[in-house]
Design a protein around this ligand. Sequence first.
Ligand code: SF4
Ligand code: SF4
Length: 127
Amino acid sequence: MADRNCGECTLCCKLMGVPELKKPSAKWCVSCDQGKGCTVYEERPQSCRNFQCFWLMDENFPDEFRPDRINALAAFNDVKDSCVLHVDPAKPRAMSSPKVNALIDALLKSYAKVFVLSGKESALIQR
Ligand code: SF4
Ligand code: SF4
């Protein structure tokens, strides 16, 4: 388990799809109290229970890279040797921010491919 906690970040409750709720990606979950947390925490679906972004899992990511601070979160992918960077489509400038670019560089040290998803837009960045 991570020693970190999400604090005021609730960004995965927007950016991630939740199949059990038929919640699409890049739309706020109706049960999210934005910036505070899940209002149905005890009854939240299994995929919400299972999810941890890389920032939460790995204390090597600096605090300033907490997803709500950079409008993007990195997570595992089911394609071998790759990960996914979900970028908030409501923040189009996030993709060109120095922090997100530094994050992509850091991810490419561990993964050969980074899939970038932002709403309906997607891109593949490779080493
Ligand atoms: S994006 Fe990461 S830090 Fe933010 S709420 Fe989700 S798991 Fe926590
Ligand atoms: S059910 Fe709760 S944890 Fe899951 S996406 Fe909605 S607000 Fe987030």
